[in-house]
Ligand binder design. Structure first.
Ligand code: GLY
Length: 333
């Protein structure tokens, strides 16, 4: 792991640069005579308003450890234990049997390694277990009971299966009708996906969710599927997805965004083209579902785009942590 001092040196945050906002960009301008891109590095971007708090933590960890992988893991752990969040972690809505099951994935651009867990119960930080799958096993994905057993082997404590009172209330309400409608309301906050780039252009990403509210027991969404909910390639960039997982899996969404960037699209153009593809391939239920992508490239340029209005994402660079309204294919008017 890079030491803090080395990281500060490498990232241009050492000494006087600490007191000079915009130093990295200034350095870039000085070296090349003109800005190589509109990008800013380091940069961390994550889905939805809950991304603000997650970014804050990720930024802190990046500057403490110098590791973009540590940053994106620690960042989303904040959301995984957020008591107000019903779509990430054990405080999320249960499936239709009343059981909370979690999906998560992590990918390290530098090594190209990735890990994920899905249909997982009782683990407070599925993202950390996904990282353990990546680093401690020869596999990429562990599911269900096998993932839970692996957690126990790794000394990860299992939590009691008690629904958050608000989740229980909604579940009891849902039980009255038991109507199975696998849709994500377009205003719904769903999933945290986070991608980041350090000052040297190394990328990493994470994605974690409790999935669709009241889903079928055993249903797995896009978030733990490498290429669908998350994809990172250190040569190009990183992307992550949010929204109705089935629609995202059908187009291998995050991989598509990264491949479009490889072909020369900006992160914004790549997200727009991927959303348009997703709409083409899911035209029958497009009115009822939301999906979106965020992406960052190696230069620290970023973008985001969704099917419907209502999606926002949080962006942290050296000038601050801001929430941006995403552009979308459909508009309110
Ligand atoms: N995007 C999260 C899910 O569909 O489960």
């Amino acid at each position: 792991m890079t030491s803090r001092r080395n990281f500060l040196k490498k990232s241009g945050l050492f000494g006087s640069a600490l007191m000079m906002p915009g130093f990295n960009r200034l350095e870039q301008l000085t070296k090349t005579g003109k800005s190589a891109s509109n990008g800013r590095k380091p940069l961390i971007i994550s889905t939805w308003r809950h991304g603000l708090a997650a970014n804050e933590r990720a930024w802190e960890v990046l500057h403490q450890t110098g590791s973009i992988l540590d940053a994106v893991e620690e960042g989303v752990k904040i959301t995984e234990v957020d008591l107000d969040n019903r779509s990430v972690g054990l405080n999320g809505y249960p499936d239709r049997e009343g059981i909370v099951t979690l999906d998560a994935s992590i990918m390290d651009g530098k090594s190209g390694d990735c890990g994920s867990v899905c249909f997982l119960r009782q683990v407070k930080h599925p993202i950390t277990l996904a990282r353990m799958v990546m680093e401690e096993t020869p596999h990429v994905m562990l599911a269900g009971e096998g993932a839970r057993q692996f957690a126990m082997e790794m000394g990860v404590p299992l939590e009691e299966e008690i629904l958050h009172p608000d989740a229980e209330k909604e579940y009891l309400k849902w039980l009255e009708e038991r109507e199975y409608r696998p849709v994500i309301n377009i205003e719904n906050h769903d999933t945290i996906g986070m991608v980041g780039v350090d000052s040297e252009g190394n990328l990493a990403g994470t994605c974690t969710t409790s999935g669709l509210a009241f889903k079928m027991h055993g249903r797995v969404g896009d978030s733990p599927i490498i290429g669908a909910g998350l994809y990172v390639d250190n040569e190009v960039g990183a992307a992550t997805a949010t929204g109705l997982g089935e629609t995202i899996i059908k187009v291998c969404g995050s991989f598509l965004v990264v491949e479009l960037m490889r072909q020369g699209r900006s992160p914004q153009q790549a997200c727009e083209e991927a959303v348009n593809r997703l709409i083409e391939k899911n035209s029958e239920n497009i009115e009822d579902m939301q999906a979106g992508f965020i992406a960052v490239n190696k230069e620290g340029e970023y973008g985001g785009y969704a099917v419907h209005p209502g999606f926002d994402f949080a962006v942290h660079h050296q000038d601050g942590n801001i929430l941006e309204d995403s552009k979308s294919h459909f508009t309110n008017s």
